[in-house]
Design a protein around this ligand. Structure first.
Ligand code: HEM
Length: 390
């Protein structure tokens, strides 16, 4: 009988064999000890994302209980409609196609600045020196976080996601880092209240929902969500993309010969090895599925990584293929919580990877020195030393 423990170290090294067995043997999997259900087939994961009345976000999206104040920590990601839709409507103004596209030249400047510095030595840690820096800088620009504070914020954001191998607890450093980030944003918001600006945060501080002003707590939880949701996932995308291209030389040949394929390389990386693997929900009623009954209040995990490799939807799903059609992947979720930053993530991916191919030509990854992140929600590398032609 298949056993699935999202906290197990081996699972994070290569989750896909476990996913395959779950889809085939236990599509509605029950882990008694950890008290969760897991859905692994594409059709079920998709239905889970779409049916927000049956599958609620109000218990948060992580398997481990991170806080009692889910909404305070996750903002819209920890709410259900209609409340979630009202707040989402306010912040989504910052993510319209036009607003995101306006960031393009600035993202390019930031990417080239970090790549130039990293490239000077002929070798670098691609995650620490490049992929980890770009998304945080972009979000900081959007939010108006001063440059001198960004390294520290990034270090705290990394720590928030850190988990000890095999442990089910939130480590003290991780909880401490969440607190540090929140305290930083408390001061940041106080400061913005005192001044008059026209940035995103200033607009939020003036915004109202049903005639009520947004509180400082709302704005702080939005800033926290941006830092966590937008930073880690995009960093992991940039490194997973480089990793899988290096592992598949014929695909690498295709992309290197024609940079117009970079967007497809991004889509296939998101499908093949998504940075966001598992999203939690809570059942609002009893659910009958595949001969099992998920009881009301039960924790349900939507296994994005498993759905994206479902042969019912993707031919030869375990093959990394930058020419395939990825339209049906669920890497950014679906329905009301569909990733607000998807367009921004794709733009950062495009610019980041174009820049990487330009500044790190013929890159080689030092596989022996790779370090993986072990976290139940995010999948990817914390360190990736590379060498390249100078
Ligand atoms: C490769 C990069 C990214 C991936 C794979 C990703 C993935 C996801 C997924 C799967 C969800 C849905 C969660 C759920 O249904 O519970 C989501 C939601 C969200 N993402 Fe992303 N994301 C990425 C980048 C970003 C960026 C760059 C930002 C913003 C700067 C962002 C902001 C958000 C927000 C605010 C939500 C919550 C939306 C809501 O609850 O209505 N994400 N993301």
């Amino acid at each position: 009988m298949v056993h699935f423990d999202p906290f197990a170290y081996e699972f994070h090294e290569d989750p896909y064999p476990t996913y395959r067995r779950l889809r085939e043997e236990a599509p509605c999997y029950r882990n008694e000890e950890l008290e969760f259900w897991a859905l692994s087939r594409h059709a079920d994961v998709l239905a889970g994302f779409k049916d927000h009345e049956l599958y609620s976000n109000t218990a948060g999206v992580a398997l481990e209980q991170t806080t009692d104040d889910v909404e305070g920590a996750l903002f819209i990601l920890g709410m259900d409609p209609p409340r979630q839709q009202k707040f989402r409507g306010l912040v989504s103004k910052a993510f319209t196609g036009r607003r995101v596209d306006q960031l393009e030249s600035r993202i390019r400047e930031i990417a080239r600045m970090h790549a130039r510095r990293a490239a000077e030595a002929g070798a670098c840690d691609y995650v620490q020196d490049f992929a980890g820096k770009l998304p945080m800088d972009v979000i900081s620009e959007m939010l108006g976080v001063p440059e001198c504070d960004r390294d520290e914020l990034r270090a705290q954001a990394d720590l928030v996601m850190h988990r000890e191998d095999g442990s089910r607890e939130i480590p003290d450093e991780s909880a401490g880092a969440s607190m540090e980030l929140i305290l930083y944003y408390v001061d940041f918001v106080k400061e913005r209240r005192r001044s008059t600006g026209d940035g995103l945060v200033d607009a939020l501080l003036e915004a109202t929902v049903d005639g009520e002003r947004l509180t400082d707590e709302h704005v702080i939880s939005f800033l926290f969500l941006m830092t966590i949701a937008g930073n880690e996932t995009t960093t992991k995308l940039l490194a997973n993309a480089l990793y899988w291209l290096a592992k598949n030389p014929e695909q690498r040949g295709l992309v290197e010969a024609d940079h117009a394929r970079i967007p497809q390389w991004i889509e296939e990386t998101l499908r093949y090895d998504n940075s966001s693997q598992i999203l939690g929900r809570v059942a609002t009623r009893d659910i009958e599925m595949h001969g099992e009954t998920i009881r009301e209040g039960g924790r349900v995990l939507l296994l994005v990584g498993a759905a994206n490799r479902d042969p019912a939807v993707f031919d030869d799903p375990d093959r990394f293929d930058v020419t395939r059609d990825c339209t049906d992947f669920v890497s950014f979720g679906k329905g009301v919580h569909f990733c607000l930053g998807a367009r921004l993530a794709r733009l950062e991916g495009l610019i980041g990877l174009e820049t990487a191919l330009e500044f790190f030509p013929d890159y080689e990854i030092d596989e022996g020195a790779l370090v993986r992140v072990h976290n139940t929600n995010v999948r990817g590398f914390a360190q990736m030393p590379i060498r390249f032609r100078t």
